[in-house]
Every structure is written in C-alpha cells, then in structure tokens.
Design a protein around this ligand. Sequence first.
Ligand code: MG
Length: 394
Amino acid sequence: MKKKVVILGSTGSIGENALKVAAALPDRLQVIGLASRTSYPRLLEQAAQFKVKRLAVADPAAAEACRAAAPRSVSVSGGDDGVEALAALEEADIVLCALVGMAGLRSVIAALRQGTDVALATKEVLVAAGGLVMDTAAKHGARLLPVDSEHSAIFQCLEGRDPASVRRLVLTASGGPFAGRHDVDFDKVTAAEALKHPRWNMGRKVSVDSATLMNKGLEVIEAHWLFGVPFDRIDVVIHPESIVHSLVEFNDGSLLAQLSQPDMRFAIQYALTGPARLDTGLPALDLARLGALHFRAPDPIRFPGLGLARRAALTGGTAPAVMNAANEVAVARFLTGGLSFAGIWHTVEAVLSAHTPHPRPTLDQLMAADLWSRAEAERSITAAQPAVPGAPLC
Ligand code: MG
C-alpha cells in the first residue's frame, strides 16, 4: 500500500529532495498535499507533476495569487491556519515538516494531535518546544521520525537496541566553511562566504547555523528530545568529510555508526519508508577511494555557538526557545548585511542573559517567549550598531 505524504516546505532544499525521493518510489509514496511559505509558482509546478490537489501557502498575498493561478481542481488554503489545516489532513499517513524555523511548530502539533507520524526536518520545533512536542506525540500515539542526517544516523544505530545499553551519543559536525581556519576574522565574514558550505547543499538559515556551529547546538537539543538521552551524554566531534553521520556508544565501549554519501535523500527516504531498505539509486561509498576520515574536537573559544546552546538547554523551560528565536533574528540580519558574523553569537548571548526563563511553559507561553526574544534581539542589534557617519550626535 502507498503511504500518503504531506510535505510542508516543499519548495525548499529538503522539500525538493523529498519530492525526488517520492518520484523515485511511485509504488511506495503518494504525495497528497504540499505547502510553502511564498514560492507559489514552483508549488504549482510540483502540484502538476505529482497530481496533488491540496496546497497551502502561508503568506496570505501569495496564497491569493496562487489561488488565481491554480487549476480549478486544486484547492489552495492560505495563511498559517491553512498550513496547519493541511498538516492535520485526516488521510495523511505522514507529514514531512521542512518549514524554516518556528513556523513549523503549530503544524507539527496539529499533525501529531491527529495521530499522524511526523518526519521532522525543522529542528527548531524540538529545540523550542521539545517537551510539549514529545508529550503530544506520546499522547496521540504518533511518531517523530528524524530527517536531519545526524539524527537519522543515531535513529538507525539505536533501532532494536535497549535504551539502557546506550552510554553516549556522538554527533558529527562538518564544522562549516571556517572550522580549522585560524586566518578568518569573524567580524569581516560576508554572507556569501558563510553560505559556501564545503559538503552539503542546504538552505540559507541552516548553512549559516552550520558556519557558527549553532546548528550543532540545536542538534544536541534535538537529539536529547528524540532519544531521551541527557545533555551531558551527547557529545560533538568535528568530522570535515561528512561521511560518518553520527555514532552511538554502548555500555561495552563499542561504537555503531551510519555512513553514506552526504546527500539528504538517504535520511529523507529512511524517514518516509524505513525500516525498509529500498534502493535509493544513489551511489554507495567507496571507502578505499575515500582513503581517510578525520575527527577532532570542536573549538569552544572560537566557536561559542555550541556552548550557548548547551547553556540554554541546561537552563531549560523557555530558554531554548529564546536562544533559538534570537538566533533566527540574528541570522536573518546577518544575511541582509545588518549584523556581523560574530554579532550572531553576541546577540544570542545578550538575549539569553536578559531572559528570565519560565520553567514549564505552555504552547502560548513558548510563543510569547519566542516573540519577546525576537524583539529583544532586534533591540540588541540596533543598540550595538555604530552611529551612522554624519548623523547628528545627541
Ligand atoms: Mg544536520
């Protein structure tokens, strides 16, 4: 029987790769719903190719334009509510969430409440609201399946094992374009340099997060919630080749790892069709040709992102949501030239320090903390800007 799939964020990098996976497995996967934030021309092309009748566009004006351009047989719902309604579609077997940032939270909760499994690519959802999301999944008998390559690796290594036999999780990090380079001035790095990821072809937000190592911090928190392992037993190792996607250490000292080419389609396909091991059509690894794999410890002084995320994680409550929101704002400002690369860390640190965390937040309290953090991040960035030359001093 075909699995009915809804893809939220179908026009982004993960979404496009998920559609390639679906196109390669027409007997296994049927796409029944697609959502994007604004990119409706591409969404309509995808709908035509996969014969999808239900679309959602989060931006209301883009939704209106999409509706006007869509064939009569295709329904288009608009706004965040429209995306949420698509996520809660009763006939869906699995919802793949690849929306950028916190935008995915309400839709993930809506799908889980319906008892629908969620393949999660949007790590911010678990970072900001891990406790709430995992409780909702457990209450409604739905599963969260990792799409992030590191978590997919751990998920595969843990399958069928006794959780009590796990000593430690080890997340690998490519380190991004600047790891191991001591000549880089983080006050002068441009967006183009930060976006030039050496291994993975990803969206802009995650590429910058990868360069600051904030991404790995978010992934430590994500791993904690997905696998129920305490933070002090989740380690990070830099592995520039991105071939070993992560490892699990067991009580006997043995490590299990998952290896593949760095291509998102491995993890996406496993989330959608696992535990079956179907042909991906992708090239296997040639270890002899690779020759060597390298590992080293991350540098917490030059890259404070990991430490900031751990600090938020250990504080708990609303702190991770606040850390995440401040980072989203800072990355967006960096990408538009309004903040230096190092300013991303400074902003997250300033906002975390100004925050009084709520220990056990509800969804509304989390959303409020998220909004507070965004405003505080904007305020902190503006306050830190040097005075405009020629502007009157007062
Ligand atoms: Mg990752």
